[in-house]
Design a protein. Structure first.
Length: 617
């Protein structure tokens, strides 16, 4: 058994001021019934309803899974680990902990001129080198507060050589700014930190044909097609994330490749593609942070706040309906109006096109819908002359996105008018034989819709819209195409997902960073000074947003409201007679959250004054 600690691994260089009441998080990685890795560390506070001691299981694929359990006491975690993996003296897998019997060794903080105060170069002790790269360099990208009270996303470099270090930082900076500036995570930005952790790779780029390059995490493509990017060394990524403790809530493995590719799941895998990097990143983070499934058609998983399956049960986003009387008739939950549409054809060919034979498919329409849409995605086709896209022999007039080059992109062709009842054909013909080997048809589907009275296609309408799975099972979503979980080229979440994003983040972030207290001498008198440090939202936000929001602050002394300090962060009172219990009651109000069942948008902080300033002095 190898037990390594974050302290031993250099984590003492990372600031730590978390409260002693923080819970403990145990992660157990298994294949079958065999434990392969365990990590145990203090975690950030969990707010709201927390099921201590109850394991949550995540299927990691390939016969592997992960058990995650939160405990109030460390000793309970060790007992659970022995129950899951056998007696401690039988362990043949590494266990990473955030405390260790050995002193800190082999680490240094980079302090030379020009280095950021938050930038560490951390060399690892010899026992850890089987699990970690030899060196990490940490750079802050977007920082809103201390990691112990923020949700932290960290980019890890893969396929970037030492000479490409600046390119990695530039790529990570661009992507962090893209998803947190004016869209996607913009309004929740004060709850987030973004970091870049650079590790030099021996080889540049992402592996192909199923073979990873010599890189820390071993990112690779199955072939050369622009599809998934996979990792060969998950144990390295797990250990690296553990190493950075609070700075790694959501690890992002970024492969040095200019074209589309990615993966969701335990790690978010992306490339810095100019066209697709941010699209893939924000969509996969929606899965990870909000914990929702897909909204686009043809997927296998539909779950979370944006999915509903049984119309006889209450719709969870009913409080966001644009026109409740249109969607629901009276008090009968069974009388729910579903917007009228159907998916007669959908496929993910992921096929290379060739000039000798077009790719084509036949589908059947009922002829009962007023409008239709042909939706497809392509890569390796930079010019309109390269490809002809047809339905029933009629050219759809496809043109590529400007400057897309060989990268993947998504295209919609909306057509007024009904498809006739019977068979129809969609065909993709490669007109430029020189594109063979790169030209790829990734996905294609046909959707049919009723009239605008039967199917509201206008943006910002919230109702009940059907979604069709890979086996054509129907579930329901809140909007037509207002959410990036459905349309990846859309930069924002729908209101339903955004509301739950706030709630998920505030489960880990307290609105009150701290309550600072002091005695201040004013002339001959002492004054008590209590000051709230709040997460910078509402009237204290550093970058204003186009959202109605505010903090409500109420101070009480021994339960009595001090009205003169309402909505003030600072309370100053004469020291004479100041003894008592002071409580700051804070509530964040935003139009982006309408239902907060667990009170996550509220926080309290208490301070007791037992002695005078003169006594304390």
């Amino acid at each position: 058994m190898l037990v390594l600690s974050a302290a031993l691994l250099g984590a003492a260089c990372l600031a730590a001021h978390a409260a002693s009441s923080r819970p403990y998080e145990l992660l157990i990685y298994r294949k079958g019934k065999t434990c392969n890795l365990a990590t145990l560390k203090k975690a950030q506070e969990y707010r709201g309803n927390v099921a201590y001691g109850h394991p949550g299981r995540t299927d990691l694929g390939g016969g592997e899974d992960r058990l995650r359990v939160v405990f109030e006491a460390r000793e309970h975690a060790w007992v659970h680990l022995e129950m899951a993996c056998g007696p401690r003296d039988s362990w043949e897998f590494p266990v990473l902990t955030d405390t260790a019997p050995l002193p800190l060794t082999g680490s240094q903080v980079r302090t030379e001129l020009g280095a950021s105060a938050e930038q560490d170069v951390l060399a690892l002790p010899e026992p850890a080198r089987g699990l970690f790269p030899l060196e990490f360099e940490l750079e802050p990208l977007v920082k809103s507060g201390h990691s112990s009270n923020r949700v932290d996303l960290i980019f890890f470099a893969d396929g970037y050589t030492r000479n490409e270090r600046d390119k990695f930082i530039e790529d990570a900076n661009r992507l962090a700014a893209d998803i947190s500036g004016n869209q996607t995570f913009y309004t929740v930005k004060p709850l987030l930190n973004f970091w870049a952790a650079f590790t030099p790779s021996a080889e540049s780029g992402v592996g192909t044909h199923g073979k990873p390059n010599d890189t820390p995490f071993g990112l690779y493509r199955d072939g050369t097609e622009l599809r998934g990017v996979y990792y060969a060394r998950p144990e390295m990524a797990r250990a690296a994330c553990f190493y950075f403790e609070d700075k790694c809530d959501y690890p992002i493995l970024m492969g040095n490749d200019p074209l589309y590719g990615g993966l969701g799941g335990e790690f978010t895998v992306i490339t810095p593609s100019l066209a697709n990097g941010a699209l893939v990143l924000r969509h996969e983070l929606g899965h990870s942070i909000i914990d929702v499934g897909e909204e686009y058609d043809g997927g296998p998983d539909y779950f979370g706040v944006n999915a509903h399956h049984n119309l006889s049960e209450p719709i969870p986003w009913a409080h966001w309906y644009t026109n409740a009387s249109r969607v629901q008739s009276g008090d009968d939950d069974a009388k729910v109006r579903v917007e009228r549409s159907v998916m007669p054809m959908q496929a993910y060919p992921w096929t290379m096109l060739n000039a000798s034979a077009p790719w084509a498919t036949i589908f059947i329409s009922s002829g009962a819908y007023a409008r239709h849409l042909v939706r497809f995605s392509l890569s390796g086709l930079p010019n309109a002359a390269d490809l002809r896209v047809e339905i029933d022999g009629e050219d759809l007039g496809w043109t590529p996105r400007a400057d897309i080059g060989l990268d993947r992109w998504h295209y919609d062709v909306h057509r007024d008018g009904a498809l006739g009842a019977g068979e129809h054909e969609v065909k993709f013909t490669l007109a430029n034989g020189e594109r063979e080997g790169t030209a790829q048809l990734c996905s294609v589907e046909v959707l049919e819709f009723g009239t605008e009275d039967e199917f509201v296609s206008a943006p910002n309408y919230y109702g009940v819209f059907p979604t069709f799975s890979d086996v054509n099972v129907t579930s329901y979503r809140p909007t037509n195409e207002d959410c990036l979980m459905r349309i990846v080229t859309t930069p924002n979440f729908c209101k339903v997902c955004l509301e739950d994003l706030w709630l998920k983040l505030l489960r880990r972030v307290d609105l009150i960073d701290s309550l600072r207290t002091s005695c201040v001498r004013k002339g001959r008198e002492w004054v008590r000074h209590l000051e709230l440090d709040l997460v910078p939202l509402g009237q204290f936000r550093e970058e204003p947003v186009d959202v109605k929001e505010s903090y409500s602050i109420i101070w009480t002394k021994d339960g009595r409201v001090l009205e003169e300090f309402t909505n003030e962060r600072v309370l100053e009172i004469p020291d004479a007679g100041a003894a008592g219990v002071y409580t700051a009651h804070v509530e964040y109000l935003t139009e982006e959250v309408r239902v907060d069942k667990e009170g996550l948008l509220k926080s309290n902080r208490e301070h007791r004054i037992l002695a005078t300033c003169e006594v304390l002095e």
